[in-house]
Design a protein around this ligand. Structure first.
Ligand code: PLP
Length: 432
């Protein structure tokens, strides 16, 4: 093992993070190579800096005018050079402040400086590198984003353990989650993967359900298991009902127990409507961890980033940084939120007026999506029927569940959309 990895492992020894590291996680380190040496040179090489593979002229990055002319509000330094592996420091700092604003329960909690990754997917994959490996149980609901199996199972050979998303009464199945976590936790270590607002259901826990989730995690931790509590907060902020828990569960997991390592993956992707920018963040927190531990973990995360994608887009980070600093940022985000909330309210009203023996709308209160469960016929048949007969695109999640992204349909078209869905479902059911 590389001596730098040995050193980081020594720093993390005896902590939940050290206990949870995968074999790859233990091997990871951030080399004192080109990137580290050139970061040092940036500070001290006052005469000439001949370190990094970037072309400079007269102390400024060289560039093509055809690219520069498209981006004339930004300085060349904000566009062309590499960004640091960990991301732009002012953006990391600002995102940390934003986390505190959005999650009042984080006040006083111990957590790391967010590390920039090229989108949430990269954040999840990086955490999987560090903490998931062959056979490690990953507890997640049956209705989940289809990329999780690819990241955790296909890439990392972890073992997915699912439970039904909904309780019999219709809310989040906290008891199912708690049971799966408790059972998997008997193996000593477990990854708990939570995603609210959820893809594909569009459901987020109520305040009471959130408390029950936190209690279940605490109970399993107290039974001796080490837990990586990973919250995928891709759709954070899109909460539409008053009784919904509107913070990230990360805020509650951070200070919960010495055996719980909280990991938050979030980003500009959906929060700032910058889907193609590839700007996400990974933040870690646990009771009992201090600066030296967070620094060691950041080094390991940086090793995972450096060895896969190297760094995230400078241009995208610069634009996001300017946007978050802009005086109109909050107002513009509010406008986007209101547009989605209007669609949500419209969908709720449309569904309230329908009766069907075939389609059951599953409970939803947040985010981009809602899903139907089919009592008759297959979701894939319904998807194809809608696509081929009506020119309407939807997603078949499994045999029986069809996802509709109301986020991507104008409010004026929603009534027609659901007319088509219900009519197609009847045709599919009649043939089943
Ligand atoms: C639950 C969830 N997590 C993560 C992502 C991906 O985010 P990013 O595009 O930033 O990788 C998505 C996108 O669809 C998602 O639905």
């Amino acid at each position: 093992m590389h001596p730098l990895a040995v050193e980081l492992n020594r720093t993390l020894e005896g902590t939940v993070a050290g206990d949870l590291l995968s074999d790859l996680g233990r091997r990871l380190y951030f080399p004192k190579g080109i990137v580290a040496q050139s970061a040092e040179a940036k500070k001290y090489a006052k005469r000439m800096n001949a370190t990094i593979g970037i072309a400079y002229r007269g102390g400024r990055p060289m560039y093509l005018g055809s690219i520069r002319s498209l981006l004339d509000k930004l300085e060349p330094e904000e566009i062309f050079p590499y960004a640091p592996t960990q991301g732009l420091e002012p953006l990391r700092e600002l995102w940390k402040q934003e986390l505190l604003k959005k999650n009042p329960d984080l006040a006083g909690a111990s957590f790391s400086m967010p590390l920039v990754v090229p989108g949430l997917t990269a954040g999840i994959a990086t955490l999987a590198d560090l903490f998931a490996g062959p056979g490690v149980p990953v507890v997640l609901p049956d209705l989940h984003w289809d990329n999780y199996p690819l990241v955790f199972d296909t890439r990392r050979e972890a073992r997915l353990v699912t439970y039904p998303f909904y309780a019999a009464g219709g809310g989040f199945n906290v008891a199912g989650m708690a049971g799966a976590l408790r059972d998997a936790g008997r193996e000593g270590r477990v990854v708990l993967l939570l995603n609210f607002p959820n893809n594909p259901t569009g459901y987020s826990p109520t305040k009471a359900e959130a408390e029950a989730i936190v209690a279940a995690v605490r109970d399993t931790a107290r039974s001796g298991a080490r837990i990586l509590a990973l919250t995928d907060d891709a759709y954070f902020g899109l909460f539409y009902e008053p009784d919904t828990f509107t913070q990230s569960l990360f805020a509650r997991f951070c200070g919960l127990d010495e055996r719980v390592l909280a990991a938050k993956v979030d980003g500009s992707t959906k929060e700032d409507l910058t889907w193609g920018f590839r700007t996400g963040f990974v933040t870690l927190g646990a009771k009992g961890l201090g600066e030296a531990h967070y620094e060691a973990l950041t080094r390991k995360l940086m090793g995972a980033v450096r060895s896969s994608v190297s760094n995230s887009s400078m241009l995208a980070q610069s634009v996001v940084l300017r946007a978050v600093r802009s005086p109109s940022y909050e107002r513009e985000k509010r406008e986007a939120y209101e547009a989605l909330r209007e669609r949500y309210a419209r969908v709720k009203a449309i569904l309230a007026g329908r009766k069907s023996d075939v389609l059951e709308p599953l409970p939803f209160n947040s985010g981009y999506f809602m899903s139907f469960r089919l009592a008759k016929g297959k979701a894939e048949d319904l998807r194809r029927e809608l696509l081929m007969q009506d020119g309407v695109g939807t997603i078949a999640i499994d045999e029986r569940v069809l996802r509709v992204a109301f986020s991507s349909v104008d409010v004026a078209d929603l009534e027609a959309l659901f007319d088509l869905v219900y009519a197609a479902a009847d045709r599919v059911a009649a043939r089943a």
